[in-house]
Design a protein around this ligand. Structure first.
Ligand SMILES: *Cc1c(COP(=O)(O)O)cnc(C)c1O
Length: 386
């Protein structure tokens, strides 16, 4: 069957929620992907998921080994991979406990539930509101859509969940939105979908202090920024703050679906037996894959992430049509003088895959992308943006 007839079948049988690019991918190795008989350099990383690229040997070994032993048990029983993974995550963060789920939205759902219960247990009814930022993105479920501070997401699916307030990333506006109902403030430190906007250290530290002073929980959404992406294990470490709850997903599984909600001392015992759960959460195969990639995020790799990010930034800033670059590590947003979607299409024709965020180009390559692969991608960007 030709690629075109397969694509037609996709259109016929799969719900039309995705505006797919006209390309079917078949396989890959590292940051080189193959589809429809052509080679592509991948600067998108499956949206910050494939932190060690495609078909990574160690990840394959870990996943296959676990697949042969036990794929799934439910959370009624102990299994080893998730225990090891939880310990590793706590050791790498200083956070105390982990709840595992299957996606970023679910990790945030859990954080929202935990924040509300923390407040309910301690202060009783009525203290349930969570302040999020305008331009934020926290997921596609009803609660996380409600948390998402972008008006255009708040359509069609009424009624949305109540108990969210939206603020500008300025401490004065956060203070304005505070009330006796506030139980938590939830932030992405670099707003990914919102256009790779980096929050300032002053603002984030002021929010952190406000939260600690008023016993309001600070939830940091590291679904996109986490797991080495920004050049730190988690971006909050670059801000020298400590969240009460931290969520992550995307890169965590190295390509398999897994989400995690991590709790600090204040929140570690809020969720109790029966108050939350997930059938697949930390499925042994996903957890084994996650363990194999998390073990390899070390200082040396993080240093490389920073250097490669700077290297790409320096090269792109020399191109005529590039106006500004934002981001941290290998999470980069590029403002250009022409239409970003059109630029992505032109890059694809020439053999480079990348993403957009709002009106910018967005780069989220594998953390282990080689300089050779980077140069090949930059060569194409040069043709399109010079
Ligand atoms: C992608 C993303 C989510 C949602 O994750 P899913 O796995 O798609 O549910 C939530 N928050 C942030 C910051 C994200 O980038």
């Amino acid at each position: 069957m030709s690629a075109q007839s397969k694509k037609n079948k996709d259109k016929k049988y799969i719900a039309n929620t995705y505006a797919r690019y006209d390309l079917m991918l078949q396989k890959g190795k590292g940051s080189a992907l193959t589809g429809e008989g052509r080679e592509f350099i991948d600067f998108g990383g499956g949206i910050a998921v494939n932190i060690f690229g495609a078909a990574d040997n160690e990840w394959i070994k870990a996943v296959c080994k676990q697949t042969k032993k036990l794929a799934h048990t439910s959370n009624l029983y102990y299994t080893e991979p998730c225990i090891e993974l939880a310990e590793l995550l706590c050791k790498k963060t200083g956070l105390k406990k982990v709840f595992f789920s299957n996606s970023g939205a679910e990790a945030n759902e859990c954080a929202i539930k935990c924040a509300r219960k923390y407040s309910f247990d301690k202060y009783g009814d009525g203290r349930y509101e969570i302040i999020t930022l305008n331009n934020s993105f926290h997921g596609r479920t009803m609660a996380t859509l409600s948390a998402t501070g972008q008006q255009h997401f708040h359509n069609y699916f009424f009624p949305f969940l109540e108990g969210f307030a939206y603020a500008e990333p300025e401490i004065e506006d956060i203070v304005n939105k505070l009330s006796g109902k506030t139980c938590a403030i939830m932030l992405e430190l670099v707003q990914g979908e919102g256009g790779v906007k980096v929050l300032t250290k002053d603002f984030v530290q002021a929010v952190d202090k406000l939260c600690k002073d008023k016993d309001i929980l600070l939830i940091i959404d590291e679904v996109q920024t986490g797991n080495g992406r920004t050049g730190a294990m988690y971006a909050y470490m670059q801000y020298a703050i400590m969240p009460d709850i931290m969520t992550t997903a995307k890169g965590l599984g190295g390509g398999l679906p897994i989400g995690a909600t991590l709790f600090a001392k204040k929140t570690e015992n809020v969720l109790t037996s029966g108050s939350h759960g997930s059938t697949f959460g930390a499925n042994p195969i996903c957890a084994a894959g996650a363990l194999s990639v998390m073990r390899r995020i070390d200082e040396k790799l993080l240093d490389e992430v920073c250097k490669k990010g700077e290297y790409i930034k320096t090269a792109l800033l020399q191109l005529k049509k590039v106006k500004e670059i934002t981001g941290l590590g290998l999470m980069l947003g590029v403002s250009i003088e022409t239409d970003a979607k059109e630029a992505v299409r032109q890059c694809m024709e020439k053999g480079l895959l990348l993403l957009t965020a709002k009106d910018k180009l967005r780069l989220l390559p594998a953390l282990n992308i080689s300089y050779g692969e980077i140069d090949k991608g930059l060569e194409i960007l040069k043709e399109v943006l010079e």
